[in-house]
Write a protein of this length. Structure first.
Length: 352
């Protein structure tokens, strides 16, 4: 597929939204002639620490590094080498088991891979744990979230067993409207919190780890050991600061548009959206066609119409079906719910 043919895209991180010239113009408004290279990073760390109600926050060049550092700190403090998380935890599914290859940690999957972690699942883990990781929302399940009371119950159980509570908050900005609570109250449940700088807030790259001052200081040691104490990180910080200002206040709006799109697709009947209704701006569209057929149909829609529906197609245990992820931001506001339903119908027709 030739990315230069894309004129409109439903994908949040489509190439047409990542053009350097447009990003640089936005960032330039956040600095002046006297801004020093270290100032944007310091400003970002202070801003996120304040938002999350944390004692300290530290920039990392990637979320992978930030979470590995956090787990290593919790492991060293507890003298334990295992952590528990949902079977589809990003740490295990998408990062080549770096927690083990680099840090010698063990992953204990808890619960059913196709359902949210339950308190009973966590209680059934017999191995002593250094930490328990919660991903809010659970991306690979369609952006679903546990109810607040169950989440707090699980955190209490983990702590009662001597484990730290860590939040994979890559999409915490998107999760907040579901709970209707301040970011600081959500983050306050946990001993350490990672937030992404490029997913919902559409920076270029990077992450911030927040928590107690002592935990963050120890994580800083591991950041240096892992090669993450990079100089001149100010472009990454500026991208994040721009997103915090422009996009975080609109997350409830994005969620509401996701709900409207999902309702239109489900009402059309050709495809099915899960969850129904979406709990966040993220949801999955399940298609009655194979992955290869959907991928090819999507490429042809780009070539012939300049419209992109997804970045990739997800396989299904039923090989005659597949799905793709939608994350609603400013990108999807350019599409009416009825138009998205019509485009999904066209995709399925082409694939068939």
């Amino acid at each position: 597929m030739d990315p230069t043919r894309i004129r409109r895209s439903l994908a949040l991180h489509a190439p047409i939204r990542r053009r350097p010239a447009a990003l640089l113009r936005e960032w330039a408004a956040l600095v002046d002639e006297d801004t020093l290279p270290e100032e944007p990073v310091a400003r970002l760390e202070e801003r996120i620490a304040e938002l999350l109600g944390a004692e300290a926050a530290l920039f990392f060049p990637s979320g992978t590094m930030a979470q590995q550092a956090a787990l290593r700190v919790h492991a060293e403090r507890s003298g334990r080498r295992a952590f528990a998380a949902h079977p589809q935890s990003h740490l295990d599914a998408w990062e080549l088991q770096g927690y083990n290859a680099v840090h010698g940690l063990r992953f204990h999957p808890a619960g059913d891979r196709n359902e949210l972690l339950r308190t009973d699942d966590l209680a059934a883990v017999a191995e002593p744990l250094a930490a328990v990781v919660w991903e809010l929302p659970q991306r690979d399940l369609g952006g679903v979230l546990p109810e607040w009371d169950e989440l707090t119950e699980q955190v209490r159980l983990a702590r009662a067993r001597g484990a730290a509570a860590h939040l994979d908050g890559a999409r915490l900005w998107e999760a907040q409207p579901f709970y209707g609570r301040p970011f600081a109250e959500i983050a306050g449940l946990f001993d350490s919190v990672y937030v992404s700088l490029y997913k919902g807030i559409q920076g270029t790259r990077g992450a911030v780890l927040a928590g107690g001052a002592d935990v963050v200081a120890e994580a800083g040691v591991w950041r240096r050991r892992l090669g993450g104490a990079i100089p001149d990180a100010w472009p990454l910080a500026l991208g994040a600061l721009a997103g915090l200002d422009r996009l975080v206040p609109r997350m409830a709006e994005f969620r509401d548009h996701a709900v409207a799109i999902a309702a239109a697709v489900n009402a059309d009947g050709v495809a099915r959206v899960f969850p129904d209704p979406p709990q966040t701006p993220l949801f999955h569209v399940h298609l009655p066609v194979s992955r290869a057929a959907a991928q090819l149909a999507g490429e042809r829609m780009v070539e012939e119409r300049g419209i992109q529906l997804f970045l990739r197609v997800r396989s299904s245990p039923d090989l005659s079906r597949c799905g793709f992820e939608v994350t609603v931001g400013e990108n999807a506001l350019e599409f009416s719910p009825a138009e998205v339903a019509e485009l999904v119908r066209e995709l399925v027709k082409r694939a068939g």
